[in-house]
Design a protein around this ligand. Sequence first.
Ligand code: SAM
Length: 203
Amino acid sequence: MKKNKISKNWIYRQKKDIYVRRSKLEGYRSRAVYKLKEIDEKYKLTKNISSAIDLGAAPGSWSQYLSKKILKGKILSIDLLKIEPINNTYFIQGDFTDIKYQNEIINFFKKKVDLIVSDMAVNTTGNKNLDSIVTGELCMEAMDFAIKHLNEKGVFLSKIFMGSSFNEIISKGKKSFGKLSVFKPPSSRKESKESFIICKNLN
Ligand code: SAM
């Protein structure tokens, strides 16, 4: 292995270890929390909000972060997998794409929501391209839901993969939101094709 490849791998492992270690020290369930934290610091997602939905929440670090930011308000998380309870957070175990659960979410809030975040991703087929296509479909579904259920000043954040559906998602987002940004936070692994879209100013 070439010297610069060795040092790249070393840096990667170090970086990963730092986020993993830090998440343990700070009581978060996953290093993923730092992606949301970094995005929040840049785009002020949680400033003055009182309601949030976390799509694809397990094991729960994004919801943990949101529960610290929204002290008085409503937070709802959903995932196919069960999660340990989180303060001030209502959890649904189920498939977000199922209308039954979408209705449960709508009934829980009974009004439009300030923030919808989605870190939903599939990792089931073993085929990275197929996983990325299905994850793109989840992002589209989450965006459709956000367009209907965010309030005027609401924000939609979603994981997105640089892949076949990237352009389609961006153009759909640009049609419905006045402002769309794509951002890869520093804690997202460089090797990963993931990035995040932040959509504001619903049309
Ligand atoms: N943000 C989470 C955290 O901080 O702990 C990590 C989320 S993990 C990267 C992606 C999650 O999306 C998985 O737990 C998976 O079960 C969930 N997921 C995938 N498809 C889903 C669906 N249709 N409905 C609900 N959750 C889904």
